[in-house]
Design a protein around this ligand. Structure first.
Ligand SMILES: [Zn+2]
Ligand SMILES: [Zn+2]
Length: 125
């Protein structure tokens, strides 16, 4: 399930949209609330319905973090396995040698490595 969310006029991310993956609509909405609280406007089944083209909305990117140690692991592709995010319990699918511990959204939110859950170091400006 993939849903598109938009932001309202006057909100921090107005003129943007974001795509959220989760097992169903309710789970998408919960993820969105974890991410932005009430700072979003509406949920749509696809970009067309959200008016992404019509309103020239820009995509807001989720930035998951994987620490150096974990990203150095081999990229050997093994059988796909299901896994559950330790934080939000969302189900994902990954090659077994590359199975994350938490999902991209939780990684972005908590600033933790997707695999070992170490804290992302603060970036200097
Ligand atoms: Zn998660
Ligand atoms: Zn790590």
């Amino acid at each position: 399930m993939y849903n598109i969310f938009t932001f309202g006029f006057g909100q921090k991310h107005q003129n943007h949209y974001i795509g959220i993956h989760a097992q169903d609509e309710a789970a998408c909405r919960i993820k969105m609330m974890n991410l932005f609280g009430k700072e979003w406007c509406a949920q749509y089944p696809d970009k067309e319905a959200a008016g992404v083209k019509r309103f020239d909305l820009k995509e807001l990117k989720i930035e998951p973090y994987t620490c150096e140690k974990c990203s150095r692991g081999g990229m050997a592709f093994a059988a796909m396995t299901h896994w559950n995010c330790e934080v939000c319990n969302d189900r994902g699918l990954a090659g077994s040698s590359d199975t994350p511990t938490i999902c991209d959204v939780c990684s972005h939110l908590k600033k933790e490595c997707t695999k070992c859950r170490c804290k992302q170091p603060e970036l200097c400006n």
